[in-house]
Design a protein. Structure first.
Length: 392
């Protein structure tokens, strides 16, 4: 753009002595188009900017039709480049298809009309510009289709996660309702022989019913939002151990560390399922994108100590892999291909249960996937410890 601007200025300066200082207004369309192109903004700001560039270009073209000179002074090369790039961006980013089509047509015509400011050679230049104009339209439409495909894929992944949560609702409710029925039967059986135990059983029934209603409300709320098998309640750490052990056996050395106080906590069933999915997705990403990593660690602990007691603590899950000693070639295709949406669905599930998800490069050059979830029953006074399992 800077080089074309220099050429435009040089061509105008060459005719300024013949036609007077007024010839300098012919470079205005290039300046306006360049400013619009480089200015940050999103629709509708970018839409109005492109419309302004078209209007200025057409005004100069119509103004020079009566005084055409056989030079490039009236046809800005910078203007043409910027209008072509604006054409690509308009076809790609303008939300309304009708507005995108109308504005793209206006930009294309402005590009083809600019050479008409010259003498008879303007028609030839206009014909040559039909090829880059058509290419700009095609590129913009192609990029727009990629964005639409990406949005549909993201929406599909989120919808599948919501449907999976709906299926898991049956497992959660069935587990709690079964416990309620069994405890109710036990209360009836001992009401004559041990009436002092009835209140204890009724308390368990009340707590199980409350947990059931809480899970149902959360999952139904997720299903109403329009923007794998379930973990058996209480078996979370056993299943995490199986996941890490299987990864360590087939892929890379891996360890599982669970803080002692976490084992005394009582996360909600939907949180347990989400924790398992975070670990599974983290190990899958290591397998695909960091084969040959010397070590992988999965840590489960509590965060938020000292911020208001056990209720302020959150369950923290971290999957970290050290950088591989043998770097993969920059253009190498990861296992399973590129463009996966696993983290998109995982973020949707994590946010649905009130958690947060982070993925970033670690200090040692590896990668770290971290998730935090609300914890209802964290132990308030227990010493930290770690249980290491599944070492390779």
């Amino acid at each position: 753009m800077a080089l074309l601007w220099v050429l435009d200025v040089a061509s105008v300066a060459g005719t300024a002595g013949l036609e007077g200082a007024g010839v300098w207004w012919r470079v205005v369309p290039g300046v306006v188009a360049g400013v619009v192109l480089l200015s940050p903004g999103r629709p509708p700001a970018s839409t109005w900017g492109a419309a302004l560039a078209v209007a200025v270009s057409w005004a100069v073209t119509l103004g020079l039709l009566g005084s055409v000179t056989p030079t490039f002074a009236g046809w800005g090369l910078l203007e043409t480049l910027c209008l072509l790039l604006l054409l690509v961006r308009t076809a790609k980013d303008v939300p309304s298809p009708r507005q995108a089509a109308a504005l793209s047509a206006a930009l294309g015509i402005a590009v083809l009309a600019a050479p008409m400011r010259l003498d008879g050679s303007g028609v030839a230049f206009a014909f040559l510009l039909t090829f880059p104009t058509g290419g700009a339209v095609g590129l913009g439409c192609y990029l727009r289709s990629l964005d639409d495909r990406r949005r549909r894929a993201v929406a599909g992944v989120r919808q599948s996660e919501r449907l999976e949560l709906a299926r898991e609702l049956h497992d959660f409710v069935a587990h709690h309702v079964t416990g309620i029925v069994v405890q109710a039967q036990a209360a009836r059986a001992i009401r004559e022989s041990a009436p002092e135990q009835v209140d204890v059983l009724l308390g368990h029934i009340e707590r199980a019913g409350s947990e059931t209603l809480q899970s149902m409300r959360k999952l139904v709320r997720v299903l109403r939002e329009d923007d794998a098998r379930a973990v058996r309640p209480g078996d979370l750490f056993a299943e995490l151990g199986e996941l890490v052990a299987a990864f360590a056996e087939r892929d890379a050395p891996a360890t599982l560390q669970v803080a002692a106080e976490v084992r005394q906590a009582r996360p909600d069933p939907e949180v347990e399922t989400s924790v398992r999915n975070v670990v599974r997705e983290g190990l899958t990403n290591v397998r695909r994108h960091a084969p040959g990593s010397p070590s992988v660690s999965v840590r489960v602990g509590l965060s938020g100590e000292g911020e208001g007691g056990g209720d302020a603590r959150r369950l923290r899950v971290e999957v970290h892999n050290a950088p591989a000693a043998r770097r993969t070639a920059p253009n190498a295709e990861p296992l399973g291909g590129r463009g996966g949406l696993g983290l998109v669905g995982l973020a949707e599930r994590t946010e649905a249960v009130g958690g947060t998800l982070y993925a970033s490069r670690a200090e040692d050059g590896g990668w770290r996937l971290t998730a935090e979830f609300p914890l209802r029953g964290a132990a308030e006074s227990s010493s930290r410890g770690a249980v290491t399992g599944s070492p390779a």
